[in-house]
Design a protein around this ligand. Structure first.
Ligand code: AP5
Length: 211
């Protein structure tokens, strides 16, 4: 199965894509995670991407399409793209790459939620850099404020989860990613899901939508 998760920052793409990939036993490919890993490894792509990501801007389409081409060449049997495509040019580029491989997208899960909820979720998001655990002070708080339950390390926030950058990311979504909704709606692939419900309820709706 080949799926795309689409939605504004904080709509739950990562949370739901991970849950579904575990259930379906297919690859979860988060372009944000891939880029953050490139930054951690201080690769050329990582250094370039960091300047865009810290400002809440999109990494240029040519870099993203090259990255996705490399991933697809490893021929994953099934996959969920989380956060890709994010522009009309990326959607067209992905369609061309998949056509060359004789594959196609089966469904696009589009998660929605109100801006005030998105902001609150992202303001509350923390992670442990040592054990990669995610926390949220609203829904999944650590036992001791600011400290990882598992290893006792100090929790961190993503560098693009400041109020100013979150608001800019929401604007960028409206300007650059909204056309991707229409791209997939016209192809009859878009499955719109109310992402404002509790995570387990959203997972059930997503499972129902992909059959
Ligand atoms: P990326 O990492 O993809 O960030 P994003 O799209 O802004 O999305 P987030 O990870 O912030 O949110 P999410 O929707 O995954 O929600 P999550 O499940 O984490 O991209 C970062 C940057 O990389 C971009 O700005 C860009 O610079 C670059 N980039 C990446 N892909 C690119 C591309 N294709 N082209 C160009 N540039 C690209 O949930 C958020 C929080 O809410 C969590 O704490 C979670 O626990 C909580 N939560 C989740 N669901 C619920 C719920 N139902 N109820 C309550 N809380 C919930």
């Amino acid at each position: 199965m080949h799926l795309v998760f689409l939605g504004p920052p904080g709509s739950g793409k990562g949370t739901q894509a991970k849950a579904l990939a575990d259930k379906l036993k297919i690859a979860h490919i988060s372009t944000g995670d891939v880029l953050r890993n490139e930054i951690k490894m201080a690769t050329e792509l990582g250094l370039l991407a960091k300047s865009f990501m810290d400002m809440g801007e999109l990494v240029p389409d040519d870099l993203m399409l090259k990255m996705i081409k490399d991933i697809l060449q490893k021929k994953p049997d099934g996959f969920i793209f989380d956060g890709f495509p994010r522009t009309a040019a990326q959607a067209e580029g992905l369609e061309n790459l998949l056509n060359e491989l004789g594959k196609q997208i089966d469904a696009v899960i589009y998660l929605t939620a109100k801006d005030e909820d998105l902001l609150k979720r992202l303001q509350g998001r923390y992670y442990c850099a040592d054990c990669d655990l995610d926390y949220n002070i609203n829904t999944r708080p650590p036992k001791m404020a600011g400290i990882c339950d598992s290893c006792g390390e100090k929790l961190r926030q993503r560098s693009d989860d400041t109020d100013e950058v979150i608001l800019h990311r929401l604007d960028v979504y409206r300007e650059r990613t909204k056309p991707v909704e229409e791209f997939y709606r016209l192809r009859g692939l878009l499955k719109e899901i109310d992402g404002s419900q509790p995570p387990d309820r959203v997972t059930s709706l997503v499972m129902g939508a992909v059959g």
